[in-house]
Design a binder for this molecule. Structure first.
Ligand SMILES: [Zn+2]
Length: 350
């Protein structure tokens, strides 16, 4: 070896080490920008079949496919195969409560509005029920009644039979319908037939038989039994915040909402290693930033309320689901497709 090549070797080594250090620094500085989990619709993937490979190249590890009523099974199956071909993990986002097909087929099972009337301030031409009628929340069929639970489980079982097996099943819509107590808050989800006895509602008109506060936890177990090879990840929507002013004067936050939520949520986290928290923004017209995401996660990780079960879990077990890209440090999913949360009041006879 010549003198000059002996001198070159350490210089090349130093340059190589510097390059490696730079590469490491670049990758270590941007972990929050790597979106390992994305939620997509099958139709978007069908338009651009190379998208799964592009997502894999940018660091995505799991693609969760939205499975709402509007998503065709054949298209979902094709998208699932494309995800597998890109060597990615496959998940399904199964919308449970909101189902136009079930609501139209069995309208009596839809959640009802028989409590507070403040939701009317947000709805133009809100229908007025007669004494023998009730206002239903189309198209939400919660699993909080035995009949709704059975119908939704049958619907899910039929859908899963048409799809390739997944690694993860994300169960969204394990709570009640929006504006559950009648306050009009899009995140108020704690009841199916909340009832206030008054001239308008002398007696409750139930949408089914109340199924107990652990209905969501039992539903998670039932779906696990349907697909034992998959991880079932329950998705929860946080209730109202103390200062968000979206309950339109109804004192929900200090009322029944959070204790009732805790009764349903505590058994869910008790049986789930990981759970997700959906923080809707676009779909419900609410602003979102990283601070709100942290607040919502913290509010579900620790609940200490009078007359409610205590919840105290490591927030790391919670995966945030957001509808727009945010600089988040913890595990999170960005929904790069629309997640429908809308509802409309419809009259239904007793
Ligand atoms: Zn409410």
């Amino acid at each position: 070896m010549s003198a000059s090549s002996r001198a070159f070797a350490p210089r090349a080594l130093v340059a190589l080490l510097a390059l490696l250090a730079l590469l490491c620094l670049a990758s270590c500085q941007s972990p929050s920008r790597v979106n390992e989990l994305v939620l997509r619709s099958a139709s978007e993937l069908a338009i651009s079949p190379a998208m799964t490979h592009e997502l894999a190249a940018r660091g995505t590890r799991t693609i969760v496919l939205r499975v709402e009523d509007r998503d065709e099974s054949a298209e979902l199956a094709a998208a699932a195969r494309a995800i597998r071909a890109a060597k990615l993990r496959l998940g399904y986002w199964l919308e449970v409560a909101r189902s136009p097909s079930l609501a139209n087929a069995e309208p009596e099972l839809m959640a009802s509005l028989q409590g507070h009337e403040e939701w009317r301030t947000k709805v133009a031409d809100a229908p007025e029920p007669d004494v023998d009628e009730v206002v239903k929340v189309w198209p939400w069929v919660p699993i909080l009644t035995r009949e709704g639970y059975d119908a939704q489980l049958a619907r899910l079982r039929a859908r899963l039979a048409l799809l390739p097996p997944a690694d993860e099943l994300w169960l969204s819509g394990l709570q009640g319908a929006p504006s559950a107590c009648g306050c009009g808050h899009p995140l108020c989800r704690w009841a199916a037939d909340y009832h206030l006895r008054d001239a308008r509602h002398p007696t409750r008109i139930p949408s089914g038989t109340p199924h107990g506060p652990d209905a969501a936890a039992r539903f998670v177990e039932a779906v696990r039994a349907l697909a034992p090879q998959a991880e079932v990840i329950p998705v929860w929507v946080a209730e109202c915040a103390e200062d968000d002013a979206l309950c339109h004067g109804v004192p929900c936050y200090e009322g029944r909402c959070w204790p009732a939520l805790a009764e349903q949520w505590a058994p869910v986290v008790a049986i789930s290693e990981r759970a997700a928290v959906l923080i809707p923004s676009r779909s419900v017209g609410l602003p979102v930033d990283a601070a709100r995401v942290q607040r919502e996660l913290a509010s579900l990780a620790r609940i200490e309320r009078r007359n409610a079960p205590r919840v105290a879990i490591d927030p790391q077990r919670l995966i945030a689901v957001v509808e727009e890209p945010l600089e988040l440090t913890g595990a999170h999913v960005v929904a790069e497709c629309e997640l429908e949360q809308s509802w409309e009041p419809r009259i239904w006879p007793r």
